[in-house]
Design a protein around this ligand. Structure first.
Ligand code: F6P
Length: 341
């Protein structure tokens, strides 16, 4: 078999572990040939390929990023793009395609499967907001980075008697903020799913100062005040229609400083959460996803995605992967609220 593989959307620790697992299993157990497409769907559109043999994946397991490169190219947003993708895959003799990505990349994969191509998706996002899988790899690594940052900020915040506002990733879903805030003992956690009341945030910070410690506020980049909108870093949209978020941390820090009368600083973790070596949990999950994707291809499946359910890797329809986002439920937010103030 000739299997195509690509990584699309924002990079994520663990992508290389998936690529390695796909190549190792398909080449050694099935005698397949694996063709890598560079930079996500751009590589398929432009037939920009790289042979992925055993040598190509040697040593990449602990490496962050993706050796294939990535992009947010959307073939369906380009005139004739989908036809070009289909024609190139046929011309290159690709029997099955394994796209690794989040809702956007898998949305394209779904349409291609509906058009008759053999496609098995692998879910990826540090935001952990894909509904059809319990966890995506990358999330655990991002969480480790954010938690370590909060631990460090506690000591410097307390020394200077100032509020530190930590802005973490999470466009629509606040999983990173929720888990890192709970793990790091934050004073307040603000997530996109729960518009926040500025007065309540200030009161929690004041209470923390009153008890002799300095507040740590963890805020998702997509969090909004009850009477406000999303804070944007840039106005332009990407090929999938997403605006660039960022700035809520700084806006909040200056509000808290005015209202508490004590210094406040913002720390934006940004892409630090996405870079670097994957955690052991993410390496294992990514590896199991890669192995399961090869199994699915050889079982003749298409239009499916591998997913984690409990401790099992299962197959779910690709349509389920992109049907809706997995948001933080109210009960989960209530758990962390116990520790506010
Ligand atoms: O992968 C999703 C994500 O991590 C979002 O939380 C964030 O808004 C986005 O990526 C930012 O990615 P980039 O800067 O690469 O556009």
């Amino acid at each position: 078999m000739r299997i195509g593989i690509l990584t699309g959307g924002g990079d994520c620790p663990g992508l290389n572990a998936v690529i390695r697992a796909v190549v190792r299993k398909s080449v050694t157990q099935h005698g397949d040939e694996v063709v890598g497409f560079r930079d996500g769907w751009r590589g398929v559109l432009e037939a920009d390929t790289v042979p992925m043999d055993l040598a190509a994946v040697r040593g990449i397991l602990p490496r962050g990023g993706t050796v294939l490169g990535t992009s947010r190219t959307n073939p369906y947003a380009l005139e004739g793009g989908a036809d070009r993708v289909i024609a190139n895959l046929e011309r290159l003799g690709i029997d099955a395609l394994i796209p690794i990505g989040g809702e956007d990349t898998l949305g394209v994969a779904t349409k291609l499967a509906e058009a008759g191509l053999t496609v098995v998706g692998v879910p990826k996002t540090i935001d952990n907001d894909l509904d059809a899988t319990d966890y995506t790899f990358g999330f655990d690594t991002a969480l480790g980075v954010a938690t370590e940052a909060i631990d460090r900020l506690h000591t410097t915040g307390d020394s200077h008697h100032r509020t530190l506002v930590v802005e973490v990733m999470g466009r629509h879903a606040g999983w990173i903020a929720l888990h890192a805030g709970m793990a790091g003992g934050a004073t307040v956690v603000l997530i996109p799913e729960q518009p926040f009341d500025v007065d309540a945030v200030v009161a929690h910070c004041q209470h923390r100062f009153d008890s002799g410690y300095s507040p740590i506020v963890v805020v998702s980049e997509g969090a909004v005040a009850k009477d406000g909108g999303m804070v944007l870093a840039a106005g332009e949209k990407d090929a999938f229609g997403h605006v660039r978020l960022g700035g809520i941390g700084t806006a909040l820090a200056s509000l808290i400083e005015q209202r508490t009368g004590r210094e406040a600083r913002a720390v934006v973790l940004g892409h630090i959460q996405r870079g670097g070596t994957p955690s052991p949990f993410d390496r294992v999950l990514a590896t199991r996803f890669g192995l399961a994707a090869v199994d699915a291809v050889h079982d003749g499946e298409s239009g499916v995605m591998v997913a984690l359910r409990g401790t099992d890797i299962v197959r779910v329809p690709l349509t389920a992967a992109t049907a809706r986002l997995k948001l933080v439920p109210v009960e989960r937010y209530a758990e962390v609220e116990v520790f506010f103030g």
